[in-house]
Design a binder for this molecule. Sequence first.
Ligand SMILES: Nc1ncnc2c1ncn2[C@@H]1O[C@H](COP(=O)(O)OP(=O)(O)OP(=O)(O)O)[C@@H](O)[C@H]1O
Length: 310
Amino acid sequence: MTTLTAPDARTTPTRRPVLTVRDLTVVYDVEEPVTAVADASLDLGRGEILGLAGESGCGKTTLAYAINRLHQPPARIASGSVVFHDRDGGDVDLLALDDEPLRRFRWSQLSMVFQGAMNSLNPVRTIGAQLDDTLRAHTRMPRRERRERSAEVLTRVGVDVARLRSYPHELSGGMRQRVMIAMAMLLEPQIMIMDEPTTALDVVVQREILREIVRLRDELDFAVVFITHDLPLLLEISDRIAVMLAGRIVELDTAEQLHRSPAHPYTRRLLGSFPSLSGDRGSFIRDGGGPTAHDAGPETGTDAAEEDRA
Ligand SMILES: Nc1ncnc2c1ncn2[C@@H]1O[C@H](COP(=O)(O)OP(=O)(O)OP(=O)(O)O)[C@@H](O)[C@H]1O
């Protein structure tokens, strides 16, 4: 677990960043242009979980898409820069990448779990075939290695390898979402952007999956941008949190500091709108919620706990 207590840890990550976003502005070129993201700047530390909070329509999704250049017209990046800092030492200017290198970059270095992603699995192909498609498209792994890798990521997210032969409709919502997370992890990216990855799931399944994301991050050291309007949840899992209001990042601080003494009036309002935050900051996910913590672990050969309830 990362503890961020140094004063300078508030606005900058404690480790060398893996991603730097500077003054990013994204405009929807419609009749009355909408500036959905205005001058957004942030550094994402290697292995850090950065929460992105804010009410619906504040620009979270637009920012996430623009970082990965997945935005579509009428959205347009009007200004700013997005630079990826490879673990090998090189820097990649993402806004300058041509289509082919950009395609290779996505998934392999930066992957996304979209809002409602679990519904985007192909209904007529097995989970194994879909994992294999991604590996075939991005690597030269021989067939046996691809099969091993697919089995490995599935196990990591707590889904039984037997599910490689299942079709999406044979899986519970929680399992399908785990499969999407496995897909995002498949090529060992250095960054994963997760946009409301668990919102559609019931609270218990949601907590189990979140706990798993934190555990996987601890094990594999990828960085996460975690987007949700659910601030209590972010306080539990994030190292730092950026709060967005009307396209701007109005506050960026450690989760502890943001909870203890929020600087921006909007952050205070946001915190105040969740009665559950009047008590101590939750520790359910990081600490595993006490004696039942092991419940969420991916036990070899068994699906995660939720399958039993599905
Ligand atoms: N295609 C579009 N054309 C015009 N404006 C758009 C378009 N898509 C989004 N917007 C506007 O951009 C702003 C930011 O939207 P965005 O979806 O990024 O917010 P969000 O914080 O992710 O919201 P949510 O939590 O509901 O997904 C909003 O004002 C929205 O109305």
